[in-house]
Design a protein around this ligand. Structure first.
Ligand code: PMP
Length: 465
């Protein structure tokens, strides 16, 4: 593999610092106050992230007045694009009416009706604040319903950042993915290797499992796509052992199809977790599922049951009226599937353009992903197949290599170069399309991606071969 130059000798980095002086200055102030100067691990860019001041449609502008085509779209939440006029109007109207009623509001009823109508598994709904809260509550519900502790999960799948979700997310899997997770948390989790149905069956057969949680489109936004028939097999096995299956649809929900991955793949789980698109870009999420499971949150009126057999859940901002306004307005616009189909077609165009550019530059790698989600892997190691044909590339690459993705130094340079070329992929290597993007936006980003490749080749970070 080509030797990597040090960051300080990088032209990309020098140009990045010169182009984004306002962000450099803000990062300097931020680092005095906030650990690493940020509030989300994935927003870290060395030496500074680009600070964004405003956004509309598919674009966002930084504090120095630079415009970027945004493929991060609210970490995937904004499938309608930034400040969609109807969503914005609903939020503004609700903000003026009441931002916190300390009571239920009519909008949350409409919001729940829409979720119920759209999502196959949503017999009952409980709104929470984020994807992390959603998986936390879903896990608590299946534990309460079964009286068992063990949650079966899949190595590498991401379910937010609470303690249980930090077990077996990052390799090496035997160590928690964060410091500060109490030792006994791991005892409540049994994780199985990716796409290993025999291991799954063994994990469930022990009879002590409360529920199984997984990302239906594969780990971390489909990094390793699920093989055909896999979800159907997981459904069959979990049903055979009577173990509730939870689909974590925080990313896939309302995006792969109006009813999320469960509609797209035709596999209905017992429970599902949502955030991002469900709330139209405002901070909220939901746990949904079979009535008999979800009713474990319900009050029965029997003090004994309600104190000892009921799942407790509160949250000052749960069912937030502004989120309910944004969410219900967004879901109305996502109901008929037009947006999901259009964004998927735009993503096809982006993936094809990037793959053509990789081919022209003689760089090993692939843009792939399902529907409107995309991910790019590239490098110059022999583990990357020498084809840009998606099915063949994915069939030939080793799962571990695909999970590892683009080398960290190269990815960081790509991220900065993306900004220099006027677009933003999250962490420099993946993202989502929104309905605000046009074909022109996609083509502009593909041209920009070609210049990004010129830059990283020029800098010796990856070799054309
Ligand atoms: N589950 C999945 C599949 C996710 O992708 C994410 C966030 N990207 C989460 C859970 C956590 O959601 P949040 O960031 O809203 O806590």
């Amino acid at each position: 593999m080509t030797s990597l130059k040090t960051a300080s000798s990088s032209r990309i980095e020098a140009e990045y610092q010169a182009t984004f002086p306002g962000s450099m200055a803000l990062a300097e102030r931020a680092r005095q106050l906030m650990p690493s100067g940020i509030n989300h691990d994935v927003r870290r860019i060395d030496p500074a992230p680009v600070y964004i001041e405003r956004a509309t449609g598919p674009y966002k502008w930084d504090v120095d007045g630079n415009r970027f085509i945004d493929f991060c779209v609210g970490h995937g939440a904004l499938i309608l694009g930034h400040s969609h006029p109807a969503v914005l109007a609903a939020m503004q109207e609700q903000t003026a009416r009441v931002t916190h009623a300390s009571a239920p509001t009519p909008l949350e009823v409409r919001w729940a009706e829409l979720v119920n109508e759209m999502v196959p598994s949503a017999e009952r709904i409980r709104f929470v604040l984020s994807g992390t809260e959603a998986t936390l509550l879903a896990i608590r519900i299946v534990r309460a319903a079964s009286g068992k502790d063990i949650i079966v999960r899949i190595n590498g799948h991401f379910h937010g950042w609470h303690d249980t979700a930090m077990i077996q997310w990052l390799p090496p899997y035997e160590r928690p993915s964060s410091a500060g997770v109490a030792r006994d948390i791991a005892g409540g989790v049994r994780s199985v290797p990716l796409h290993d149905l025999d291991a799954l069956e063994q994990a469930l057969a022990q009879g002590d499992v409360a529920g199984m949680i997984m990302e239906p489109d594969g780990p971390v936004v489909g990094t390793v796509p699920v093989p055909d028939g896999y979800l159907q097999a997981v459904r069959e096995i979990t049903q055979r052992y009577g173990v509730p299956l939870i689909f974590d649809e925080v990313v896939t929900g309302f995006r792969l199809a109006p009813g999320g991955a469960q509609e797209y793949f035709g596999v209905t789980p017992d429970m599902s977790t949502f955030a991002k698109a469900i709330a139209g870009g405002s901070p909220s999420g939901a746990v949904v599922g079979r009535a008999d499971l979800m009713e474990h949150i319900a009050y029965s009126g029997d003090p004994q049951h309600d104190r000892f057999a009921r799942v407790a859940h509160m949250g000052t901002y749960s069912g937030h009226p502004v989120a309910a306004a944004a969410g219900s307005t967004a879901l109305e616009l996502l109901k008929d599937g037009t947006v999901q189909d259009r964004t998927a077609a735009l993503a096809d165009r982006l993936r094809a353009g990037i793959n053509e550019s990789l081919h022209e530059h003689g760089i090993r790698g692939l843009a792939y992903g399902r529907r409107s989600c995309f991910r790019v892997i590239l490098g110059d190691d022999d583990a990357l197949p020498d084809t840009h044909e998606p099915a063949e590339f994915l069939a030939r690459i080793d799962q571990e290599r695909l999970m590892a993705g683009t080398d960290g130094r190269l990815k960081s340079a790509l991220h900065k170069a993306n900004f220099l070329e006027g677009f933003d992929f999250i962490a420099g290597n993946h993202g989502w399309l929104s309905n605000a993007h046009s074909e022109d936006d996609v083509d502009t980003a593909v041209s920009g991606f070609g210049r990004v490749l010129d830059r990283v080749i020029d800098e010796g970070l990856v070799q054309s071969r």
